[in-house]
Design a protein around this ligand. Sequence first.
Ligand code: 5GP
Ligand code: ZN
Length: 112
Amino acid sequence: MLDKDCIFCKIIRGEIPAEKVYEDDDAIVFKDIEPKAAVHLLAVPKTHFALLSEAGKEGKTAIARMLEKIPDIALQNGCSEGYRLVINQGEAAGQTVRHLHVHILGGEKLGW
Ligand code: 5GP
Ligand code: ZN
C-alpha cells in the first residue's frame, strides 16, 4: 500500500523523478538528493510505513528481501571499501520522511 501524499511513494509511482540505481518488486534504491557522503543512496521498501514497529507482514518481507540485496547494490555503486547503513526512527532521531528507508553511506572514509 502506498500513500498519496508521501514523497517516497511518489518516487515509487514515478510521479517525481529520482536517480534510481536499483528496483525490484520489493524495493527501490535511489540517490539521496542532499548527499551526506561521497555515495549516499536510499533503499526504500515499496510499501508505506514509517517505523519498523509499524511494519506489517508485507513490510517485513520487503525489508528482509531489500537487506539481502544491499551488499551487491553497495558494491556496484562505489562502496567496495565499506559502507554504513542508517535507519532513522522518529523525529528525535532526525527522521524527516515518514516512509521507512535505509541510508547507504560510503565511497569515502566515514567519521563516527
Ligand atoms: P531521513 O531524514 O528521514 O532519515 O532521510 C530522508 C532523506 O531523504 C534525506 O537524506 C533527504 O535528503 C532525502 N530526500 C528528501 N526528499 C527527497 C527527494 O525528493 N528525492 C531524493 N532523492 N531524496 C530526498
Ligand atoms: Zn510512502
